[in-house]
Design a protein around this ligand. Structure first.
Ligand SMILES: [Zn+2]
Ligand SMILES: [Zn+2]
Length: 182
C-alpha cells in the first residue's frame, strides 16, 4: 500500500473501531467505558486521559461517521463526509516515538478528547486513502453472515474476507463441501 507505516496503523485502528459497531454485523462492542479502555489499550492509543460516559457517546457517534465514510457509495460522498468531520477537528501534527513504536506523526491536538484524537488521526489516514485513490481497498467482508470491514492491503487487491483464518477458511470449507455434493 502506498501509505506510511503510521497511516497503515491508524487505518487498522479505524477498522478495529468500526468492527465494534452493530453495523458490522455483531453485538455492540462498546457498551461501557471499560470497553472503551480495552479498545484504547488494544490499539495503544497514547495521551488518553480519564475516560467517562461522554467519551463513550462521542466515540460511538464518531464511529457512525467513519462507517459512512468507509462504506460511502462514491468518492464525492466520501470526500464530503470526511471534510465535514475534519473541518470540526483540531489538528496539530507532531512527531512522536513511544511504546516501542518507531517515529510517527500524531495529528491530534494537545488535550484532545478520545473522540477528537481518533477523528484527527484516523480521519487523516482515511484522507490519504482518498488522495491516493485507493478507496476500493476499504472493503466489507464477502462472507454472507459477516459484515466486518477491513482494509485490503494485498498487492493485487484480491482480499475479500475480513479474516482468512475465520471467514476465509469457513467459506472455503463451504465451497469445498458444495463441490463434493455437486
Ligand atoms: Zn503515537
Ligand atoms: Zn468476515
Amino acid at each position: 500500500m502506498p501509505f506510511s507505516h503510521d497511516m497503515v496503523y491508524s487505518l487498522a485502528t479505524a477498522v478495529d473501531l468500526l468492527n465494534t459497531s452493530p453495523a458490522a454485523g455483531g453485538d455492540e462492542g462498546l457498551t461501557s467505558v471499560e470497553d472503551l479502555r480495552t479498545f484504547v489499550g488494544r490499539r495503544v492509543i497514547s495521551d488518553v486521559e480519564n475516560l467517562d460516559d461522554r467519551d463513550l457517546v462521542e466515540v460511538r457517534e464518531l464511529r457512525d461517521e467513519f462507517y459512512e465514510v468507509f462504506t460511502a457509495p462514491d468518492r464525492e460522498t466520501a470526500v464530503s463526509l470526511l471534510n465535514t468531520l475534519l473541518g470540526r477537528t483540531r489538528i496539530t501534527p507532531s512527531l512522536a516515538e513511544h511504546d516501542g513504536f518507531s517515529l510517527h506523526i500524531h495529528y491530534f491536538a494537545p488535550g484532545a478528547s478520545l473522540a477528537e484524537h481518533l477523528a484527527a488521526d484516523c480521519g487523516v489516514a482515511l484522507a490519504h486513502v482518498l488522495v491516493e485513490d485507493e478507496r476500493d481497498r476499504l472493503r466489507t467482508c464477502a462472507a454472507p453472515d459477516c459484515a466486518h470491514v477491513f482494509v485490503d492491503e494485498s498487492r493485487n487487491r484480491s482480499r475479500v474476507y475480513c479474516d482468512s483464518r475465520t471467514c476465509g477458511n469457513r467459506m472455503h470449507v463451504a465451497a469445498y463441501r458444495a463441490r463434493r455434493r455437486a
